[in-house]
Design a protein around this ligand. Structure first.
Ligand code: DMJ
Length: 673
């Protein structure tokens, strides 16, 4: 601006801060006096000469700088702490298993073990940390808390109403609407959990009880709503025709009894909690409070009642914080203990929970290997919660004993074990399917549950996967699908149970926890195979067992089905693995595959009057031959994993904080002391 224009414009606008200096300072004159008193006086004089606006601005700037200072000091401290923790954990792991680097250390770094000695892992390869598919929102400490109880219940109520409205609206016209989910189920432990081995004194609190905060609600999407709708349909059948009994027979509108303990209801408790189905949950809770009685002269299978009843009660206790469920868990846990009174301490398969007696099946003194090695997560957690070590001691002894046994083939175990001698029987047959499956699953999961310190478990797991690769993996024709077959006395069979489809999820979980990267590659190949076991079949539903073609034949698919194997029991294993794969990769194709499966369950197994049924013939879409039975795991596992698969919220049962038992009941991962 030129001078004339400036004059014409009147006095200049002061939109800057000017500091007027006194005459002495302005000319740099006056005698130099640096005494403290003089400096103080002179500063004060200058301060007084400033306008009020100038003083405010300076004060504001000073305050702002102070706040910035405090913030950066705190976050540097946090960063420093996490760097220190991480390197401690890395040191520990490197010491225990040379060459193995955990991509995702235990929830907190575990203490070093002086005697850790696992030098024989030449094949373990280093792994880059897996890339998380989802970006966390907000600071992590805001994401691990549960809502306050009063808030939670209210929001849940609103949500249920919203769900109902939306489902209704959805029927009329397909809308793009989504609703805010009830986050009450998404409860992360906000306190350390300690392993029982660290000298139990006080009973533990559930993960959720002291939780206070809540992160941003994540909307429930349309696919999740469809799962809730399926659950409600199944629940309607159970409620109308089988309430309080073990399983619904949806066609005959009646029920079947296995143990007479309301198996479906107990298996479904935590599913209802996670889905936010408050009314259903409260009604079921009432039944547990008033009608669930374990003092009954009834034989139960140790494994089945542990994974479904004990596991279901423990996880519901953790999610809800309601001590009723812990009391019931203690009761059934104590009643199952007689099973361990055997000459070898390998438990019997059956227990009479009223009489306190246990026995093997009538025809043998053998137990199934998967059964005696897949009760550990639950009994160990029961010890941690009650302060009573006996539960953990009993199941740990089984694992330690099995660890030392001969008769394994490169880590693969036979299917039977004798309760007198404690030795494997029926040697020479190896499968990842029925009777052995969850042995492998629980090796990894116990290791994770205990804070990644129990090296024998990891060692057995890693060896077993090497055994799978060496003896059981083959590729089919024409699509070259990687599958897990069986070995019988040196003879390979291209037979794979649907049950084996737990394996991709377990492998992915191991890789997520820092195990070899090639486990993830194998998981990706196997989940494709499990999906094809559905996709290549006429109904889009997998049979119980498939045989893979090893040689290309014109007009033949990879998957062959024998007449005796073509039933579908509404099993969860494939959707379970799809859930893990989606969580760890973020690849939407896994959600799409799960969606196809849900639609086919709706198409071929849904009974109009309520409930879903297992079917006898997955190859006949016009008559899939309903079997008139809804297994409890359909509600406990299959629909729960579907719901989690369709969710984009990694904190909806965060896999770094929870470990699922083999019946899909989440239990907390212990934080090492
Ligand atoms: C469930 O009871 C459990 O998943 C178990 O590990 C295997 N069988 C059924 C589901 O298929």
């Amino acid at each position: 601006m030129y001078a004339g224009a400036a004059a014409a414009a009147g006095p200049p606008r002061r939109d800057f801060i000017s500091v007027t200096l006194g005459p002495e300072e302005a000319v740099g004159g006056g005698s130099y006096n640096n005494s403290k008193a003089w400096r103080r006086r002179s500063c004060w004089r200058k301060w007084k000469q400033l306008s009020r606006l100038q003083r405010s601005v300076i004060l504001f700037l000073l305050a702002f700088l102070a706040v910035c200072g405090v913030i950066s000091y705190t976050s540097m401290g946090e960063a420093w702490k996490s760097i220190t923790n991480k390197s401690l954990d890395e040191q520990r792991t490197e010491q225990e298993i040379p060459g193995l680097k955990l991509a995702n250390p235990a929830v907190l770094p575990a203490p070093r073990k002086a005697d850790a000695n696992h030098g024989d892992y030449p094949e373990l390869s280093l792994q880059k940390p897996p890339k998380p598919p989802h970006v966390r929102r907000g600071p992590s400490n805001l994401q691990i808390k549960a809502p306050r109880r009063d808030v939670r219940l209210k929001t849940q109520h609103d949500t249920i109403r919203a769900i109902e409205e939306l489902v209704e609206a959805d029927k009329v016209e397909k809308t793009e609407k989504s609703i805010i989910s009830w986050r009450g189920a998404v409860i992360e432990p906000d306190q350390s959990t300690e392993p029982p081995s660290s000298k139990i004194k006080e009973p533990e609190k559930p993960s959720s009880v002291a939780a206070e905060d809540q992160k941003e609600p994540v909307p429930i999407n349309e696919r999740q709503l469809a799962v809730i709708e399926a659950f409600r349909h199944a629940w309607k059948g159970y409620k109308d025709f089988a309430w309080g009994h073990d399983e619904l027979k949806p066609l005959s509108k009646s029920y079947s009894e296995w143990f007479g303990l309301g198996l479906t209801l107990i298996d479904a408790l935590d599913t209802m909690w996670i889905f936010g189905l408050k009314e259903e949950f409260e009604e079921a809770r009432k039944w547990v409070a008033n009608d669930l009685v374990f003092d009954k002269n009834v034989d139960v299978n140790l494994f089945e009642s542990t994974i479904r009843i004990l596991g279901g009660l423990l996880s519901t206790y953790h999610l809800s914080g309601d001590s009723l469920f812990l009391e019931k868990a203690k009761d059934i846990g104590n009643r199952l203990m007689p099973a361990f009174k055997t000459p070898s301490k390998i438990p019997y398969s059956d227990v009479n929970i009223g009489r306190g007696t246990a026995h093997p099946p009538r025809w043998t003194s053998d137990s199934t290997v998967a059964e005696v090695t897949s009760i550990q997560l639950e009994f160990r957690e029961l010890s941690r919660l009650t302060g009573d070590e006996k539960f953990q001691k009993a199941v740990d002894e089984v694992m330690k004993h099995v660890h030392t046994l001969s008769g394994k083939n490169d880590g693969l175990v036979p299917m039977f074990i004798n309760t007198n001698s404690g030795q494997f029987t029926h040697l020479g047959v190896y499968t990842l399917g029925a009777r052995a499956d969850s042995y492998y699953e629980y090796l990894l999961k116990q290791w994770i549950q205990g804070g990644k310190k129990e090296n024998e478990l990891l060692e057995d797991y890693m060896r077993a996967i090497e055994g799978v690769k060496k003896h059981l993996l083959k590729r089919s024709e024409p699509k070259k699908l990687t599958f897990v077959g069986e070995l019988a006395h040196g003879h390979f069979s291209a037979k794979m149970d649907h049950l084996v489809c737990f394996l991709p999820g377990t492998l992915a979980l191991g890789a997520h926890n820092g195990l070899a990267a090639d486990h993830m590659k194998l998981a990706e190949a196997l989940i494709e195979t499990c999906y094809q076991m559905y996709a290549q079949v006429e109904t889009g539903l997998s049979p119980e067992i498939v045989h893979f073609n090893l040689h290309a034949q014109k007009g033949h698919k990879d998957v062959e089905i024998k007449p005796a194997d073509r039933h579908n029991l509404l099993r969860p294993e494939t959707v379970e693995s799809l859930f893990y794969m989606y969580r760890f990769t973020g690849d939407k194709k896994y959600q799409d595959w799960g969606w196809e499966i849900l639609q086919n369950f709706n198409r071929y197994t849904r009974v109009p009057t309520g409930g879903y049924t297992s079917i006898n013939n997955v190859q006949n879409p016009s008559n899939p031959e309903p079997r008139d039975k809804m297994e409890s795991f359909f509600l406990g596992e299959t629909l729960k994993y579907m719901f989690l698969l369709f969710s984009d919220d990694i904190d909806l049962i965060n896999l770094d904080k929870y470990i699922f038992n083999t019946e899909a009941h989440p239990l907390p991962i212990w934080v090492p002391a």
